[in-house]
Design a protein around this ligand. Sequence first.
Ligand SMILES: [Zn+2]
Length: 83
Amino acid sequence: MKLSLRQKSNLSLGVMLSSIPIVWLSAAIDWPVGFGLGFVPLIIGGILGMRWMRCPHCGRPLYARGFRPFCSECGKEIDYDAK
Ligand SMILES: [Zn+2]
């Protein structure tokens, strides 16, 4: 399965956001184990995002810099929809 940079970004963000209902529910029912587990997808999503969001030309990390059309390191154009 090949994913474009945009899809990888959405996927990692989706994984991170999935921790919110887990943490919220665990807090609501006073379940400390679930509360702790709720942070796991947050960390996994963050790691995935950092691993995936790299410039296809020079490999520098792009994450948390938004969808810039050009790499701030090497200046080459980045195609976020390329697979
Ligand atoms: Zn680059």
